[in-house]
Design a protein around this ligand. Structure first.
Ligand code: NAD
Length: 508
């Protein structure tokens, strides 16, 4: 944040808010046209800082900085071992700053400080994992059916990567892109969500402090259809890496297709949880609650459709509703709070719209369905449990991104799997059973990129994440992602001592 910033008045002229600038070529950079936008604290509903409202001119400057850093020998000719050492160092710096960054994220998106602290505390693992991979990126030698040829491949960085990220886990989702793309030798321009710009701007200078050359990591803040769209279309951006809604992802894929560049997409979900008749129902109920009420349902992997075998259906509903009734709603910074606000006013309106649609389609609200009285001024919604809805109700088909779950009964395993897979999405699924064979059968049959058995919501930088169907394209996390950030070159060397012959004369 600019040191003079706090003294500057807001563009609205009313409040005096702290101000954040873009981070370009290692420097705080004011927006070319001098405009800023306010970011709200969802707990109070009030603006708490301003960030630069990036335009095409700002994105062009950031991409030029990233391009120049990519071509500079300081970065281009840096050894892979040295790149790994920088990643390890920035991971340490992130660890030292974790509490500050977590508080910032919790204030900006309303997620529990407890959760953001845990996320930020594990963020160094991403850097350390990809630091370890940095010097293991290499090609191979290939026989190529010819003894007089040496054929080898090499993996090269692709160039400038445009990384566009959402507001629900801002730094974790961004670092999942930055750590591997830097390990592979690329440079980046990040466009964080306009709802959570601050933590990325606070993270950015740590890269230069760790020793990364200026320009390797740049941040332009602003709106999706302004700064974001220019980044997508910029001719010097060689690859896009996007996490966000399916609608935006589809638009980005189309634009990337016109330029024939790659776009990695991590998109939305409507993930099912299956509770079989032999499940430990108390444990399954906890998994259902964690899957939908953690982060107030604002996670891509929210388990928003639950299918319970008829023999355990009533008990499961009772347990989930019983716990939902006691969930403490309030200030996400307070240690006793279990459910914070939705991240923005529009998100609350969207949740209310789906609750109304669920009621209109004949659903019964077993708990919740209203705004609670919290008295803080922000955008809170009760944890909400629907029953008596069919799987083809709007509430069961579209991503809500809020604390709303529909619980539906089933009679046979095949029916449960068919209902679970009957969705446009394919991000994740949960299976609750004590029968090992049933667990494996379900894991094999479910059409989703991540399957959890007798657990939910676990993640590791080491384990790949990919969305099937409308949930995405490509992979994040794990070693596979290095392929997404490199291009493969095949080199042929003639090792014979014969001169090249006339191509039209067949050799005997
Ligand atoms: P969003 O699509 O509205 O915005 C995501 C980002 O895209 C923001 O930075 C936004 O400014 C930018 N953007 C919007 N329009 C753009 C355009 N035309 N060109 C370029 N950039 C543009 O999504 P959101 O509301 O911020 O995030 C919630 C969504 O993200 C949910 O659908 C959720 O499921 C998804 N998500 C997916 C994952 C995953 O790993 N699959 C993780 C977290 C969130």
């Amino acid at each position: 944040m600019s040191t003079t910033a706090a003294a500057q008045s807001s563009s609205t002229g009313s409040a005096r808010l702290p101000r954040w600038e873009h981070h370009i070529a290692g420097k705080e950079t004011a927006p070319a046209d001098g405009r800023y936008f306010a970011s709200d604290n969802p707990t109070t509903g009030e603006a708490w800082y301003e960030a630069a409202r990036g335009t095409a001119a700002d994105v062009d400057r950031a991409v030029a900085a990233a391009r120049s850093a990519f071509e500079s020998p300081h970065w281009r000719r840096m050894s892979q071992t040295a790149r790994g050492a920088l990643l390890r160092r920035v991971g340490e710096l992130v660890g030292e700053n974790a509490d500050r960054l977590a508080r910032m994220e919790s204030t900006d998106n309303g997620k529990l400080l407890r959760e953001m602290t845990a996320q930020l505390a594990s963020l160094p693992e991403y850097f350390h994992y990809y630091a370890g991979l940095a010097d293991k990126i290499h090609g191979e030698t290939i026989p190529a059916s010819n003894v007089d040829v040496l054929n080898y491949t090499s993996r090269e960085p692709v160039g400038v990567v445009g990384a566009i990220t959402p507001w629900n886990s801002p730094l974790t989702l961004t670092v999942a892109k930055l750590a591997p793309l830097l390990a592979a030798g690329n440079t980046a321009v990040v466009k964080p969500s306009e709802h959570t710009s601050a933590s990325m701007l606070a993270l950015a200078p740590l890269f230069e402090e760790a020793g990364f050359p200026p320009g390797v990591v740049n941040v332009v803040t602003g709106m999706g259809d302004e700064a974001g769209a220019r980044l997508v279309d910029h001719p010097d951006v060689a690859k896009l890496s996007f996490t966000g809604s399916t609608a935006t992802g589809a638009w980005i894929a189309e634009r990337a297709g016109r330029r024939l560049i790659r776009a990695g997409l991590e998109l939305g979900g409507k993930s099912p949880q299956l509770v079989f008749g032999d499940a430990d129902v108390a444990s399954a109920a906890n998994g259902v609650i964690a899957g939908i009420f953690a982060a107030a349902g604002q996670t891509c992997i929210a388990g928003s459709r639950v299918f319970a075998h008829r023999s355990v259906y009533d008990e499961l509903v009772e347990r989930v509703v019983g716990r939902a009734r006691t969930i403490r709603i309030g200030d996400p910074l307070a240690p006793e709070t279990e459910l914070g606000p939705l991240a923005m006013r529009a998100q609350l309106a969207k949740v209310e719209d789906y609750v109304a649609a669920g009621r209109a389609e004949g659903g019964q609200v077993a708990h919740g369905g209203r705004r609670p009285k919290v008295g803080l001024g922000g955008w809170f919604h009760e944890p909400t449990v629907f029953t008596d809805l069919p799987n083809d109700a709007r509430l069961c088909r579209e991503e809500i991104f809020g604390p709303v779950v529909a619980i539906m009964p089933f009679d046979a395993d095949a029916e449960a799997l068919q209902l679970a897979n009957d969705t446009a999405y394919g991000l994740a699924a949960g299976v609750w059973t004590t029968d090992l064979s049933r667990a494996h059968r379900a894991a094999g049959a479910l059409d989703a990129g991540t399957i959890w058995v007798n657990m939910y919501r676990a993640m590791s930088p080491m384990s790949p994440r990919s969305g099937f169907k409308a949930s995405g394209l490509g992979v994040e996390h794990g070693s596979e992602v290095i392929r997404e950030y490199t291009r493969l070159k095949s080199v042929w060397i003639n090792t014979s001592d014969e001169p090249a012959g006339d191509p039209f004369v067949l050799r005997s």
